[in-house]
Design a protein around this ligand. Structure first.
Ligand SMILES: *Cc1c(COP(=O)(O)O)cnc(C)c1O
Length: 344
């Protein structure tokens, strides 16, 4: 498969904006920078940020064992996903394939970009229906989204199903690994060499505890990364975000400890949910949230709101009738949740 043939002609022909920091990258503190019309008086953020976020990438590169050249950072995964749409999907012409129930942004971004959506619902175990998916593909199917672990169901997809899809889909397969740090499943980042049509996205918003700074990560071949770099806004990740990401990534043991605490607490939560009389099913989770079926999701959701607890009502999602999604909180928060669920 040729990646070049998948790129929109407009994007292939694009002459990217060249920022001051693209044309000269100084790494010496004693240089005099009079090139970017900045205010020269130092306040910590008076200079434009590194457009390629090299320090953040070097830390991620060590952590994830992948070269910086195969990485692109965005203002949240949402920006990364939007860049992928704009690189590969021609408005009013191309389509994407999504597997509901799943993360809502894929179809929202498709709608914003005037891209068709082919939905192939997951099966009763929330696994992809591989044959049905491949049957839906047409000459304009550019992106296939596999969210694993999947939001809102919480499960990771079977490796063989994913492999078959990556190997047989004639477009770009985007594997959204927002929750991979909670999972025992191996990241697909290690498979990038093998599959040139693979894009893996991750985020600092979940396990890494930095939803507020908006930092999403895209891993792909150098060929794909260079296309995305051409179309991204030049300074898309701001200086404060880069600084905070650097300081947090340098304390990675703390993040790993938090992840293991959250996973222990998830087990406690599942145990306790089992004792709630109107909870009829708890779906296996490979993430930091639990999907559970109750007698009347909307009623229970509203009751929790009245008690000051906000969860996610997923009852309108295909295959999720009367399902609620609970994010794992601190032990104290989870206790409040369970006590409240018992009392209502
Ligand atoms: C939370 C989440 C993201 C993260 O989005 P950010 O924009 O990076 O905060 C991405 N994908 C899925 C499936 C998610 O649930």
């Amino acid at each position: 498969m040729s990646i070049q043939n998948l790129i929109r002609p407009t994007i292939k022909a694009l002459k990217p904006y060249s920022s001051a920091r693209d044309e000269f990258q100084g790494n010496s503190d004693d240089m005099v920078f009079l090139d970017a019309n900045e205010n020269p008086f130092e306040n910590g953020v008076n200079r434009y940020p590194d457009p390629l976020q090299r320090t953040v990438k070097s830390l991620l590169s060590e952590l994830k064992e992948i070269p910086q050249s195969k990485m692109l950072l965005g203002n949240g995964s949402d920006e990364v996903l939007d860049l992928i749409f704009r690189a590969f999907c021609e408005p009013y012409q191309d389509n994407i394939i999504t597997l509901p129930p799943t993360y809502g942004m894929y179809s929202v971004l498709a709608n914003i970009n005037a891209i068709g959506i082919k939905s192939v619902p997951l099966d009763e175990n929330f696994e992809p229906k591989v044959d049905a998916i491949l049957q839906q593909v047409d000459g304009h199917s550019k992106l296939l989204f596999l969210c694993s672990p999947n939001n809102p169901t919480g499960n990771s997809f079977g490796t063989q199903a994913m492999k078959t899809l990556v190997e047989n889909f004639n477009g770009i397969v985007v594997i959204d690994e927002a929750y991979i740090d909670f999972s025992n499943a191996e990241s697909w980042v290690s498979q990038l060499e093998k599959y040139p049509n693979l894009i893996v996205t991750q985020t600092l918003s979940k396990a890494y505890g930095m939803a507020g700074i908006r930092l999403g990560i895209c891993y792909a071949s150098e060929e794909i990364i260079s296309v995305l770099n051409r179309i991204k806004p030049p300074y898309n990740v701001n200086e404060l975000t880069q600084q905070k990401a650097i300081s947090q990534l340098e304390q990675n043991e703390r993040t790993q400890q938090q992840v293991s605490d959250i996973l222990k607490e998830r087990d406690v939560l599942v145990d306790q949910l089992n004792s709630i009389t109107y909870v009829s099913k708890i779906y296996p989770s490979d993430a930091n949230f639990v999907l559970a079926k109750v007698d009347d999701a909307t009623k229970r959701y509203n009751q929790l709101i009245e008690h000051g607890i906000v969860i996610r009502n997923r009852t309108t999602q295909p295959g999720c009738e009367n399902c609620l999604r609970f994010t794992v909180g601190t032990p104290e928060e989870n206790k409040i949740l369970i006590d409240t669920l018992k009392s209502i």
